[in-house]
Design a binder for this molecule. Sequence first.
Ligand SMILES: *Cc1c(COP(=O)(O)O)cnc(C)c1O
Length: 402
Amino acid sequence: MQNTFPILQQKDQELFCNTYARYPLAVHHGKGTRLFDFENKEYLDLLAGISVCNLGHCHPELIQTIKEQSEKLIHVSNLFYQEEQIRLAEKILATTHLDRVFFSNSGAEANEAAIKLARRYMQKVKKREAYEIITLEGSFHGRTLATLTATGQEKFKDGFYPLPLGFISVPINDLESLSKAVKEKTAGIMLEVIQGEGGIRPLSENYLVQVQQLCRDKGILFIIDEVQTGMARTGKFWAHQHLNLKPDIFTAAKALANGLPMGAMCVSQEVSQGFDPGSHAATFGGGPLVSSVAEKVIDIIHRDKLCSQAEESGNYAFNLFNQLKNMYPNIIQEVRGNGLMLGIECKIGGQEIWQNLLDQGYICNLIQGKVLRLLPALIISKKELSGFSQALEKILQSFSNK
Ligand SMILES: *Cc1c(COP(=O)(O)O)cnc(C)c1O
């Protein structure tokens, strides 16, 4: 198996559209919180496929579900009634205040569904010519043309103009700019409770409550993108539940089926009337295989009390990282996040620190050039978290001696 990495790297460069800046690592297999490369070097995975494998890699019960369901039915299309999809819908909706769900295959598609539904609800049910969605600067909502237009970061839009009409972004935690942006044509406001891709930036609690109120006052839709924050990641099943917010629509994906592609848009009975048969669809959405896996994921989150575990482990890690911040105030700017969605912002040396961690067998990712983003599996142990923290401490120490 020696020297497999350079061969894979070479082929990768020849075969694919050059869309990914890959890490210098080829993963051979995974188990729980661990990944292994082709030389069987072990890594602690603090990224979990970007908040996807919340139950860890190759979870034995999910393997069993995949085996059993794949022998029964894999795909049949949404022309048919499907018990797996119905069971999942019941379980997902039982975690929320909302009434209806639409299944897609990704986060972008779930957001696309939310945007389309917001427009159609306004135009067909409310009989208003409202279509504009207001989003926040620094947000991330996906890569389709509509969702990348909704995304409040210019770098993702470069070279893709002209973009669809009907989107505008305003600064975060600034109620005045937001209120001013609401016009006759506004259909809704869409935001992440903690901006993930934008650098693990939690919105202020006051602001979130006021945004909901503004939506109610103006008769527009309150839409929350829970693609990264959802599925117990922050210590509640959905991050908006920390503040008891009641969005009209929220979207999920990433961890929904622990690695099989799946997205969902949850919506109130009232707003769901915006769609009629034929107004929206997804060939693969909510198929029997992914649905049975997602159902199992939800069962395990409840049974193993992973919300409270994420909260407790998250608090534990947050305190460790803050101690590091106090010890190395010249290197660490701030520690942010909630539950097991944590960001460590570096003043200097982000790239080097990240690379050192990887060399030592710790996988996280660096976003916005300076924030170490940690989204480990929710089953990660305190021992693993403190091991990471100690490794980081040593790196910071050698860094500050330079
Ligand atoms: C990852 C992400 C998306 C896009 O999800 P895809 O499955 O890649 O389309 C949308 N919103 C947020 C908040 C995300 O983190």
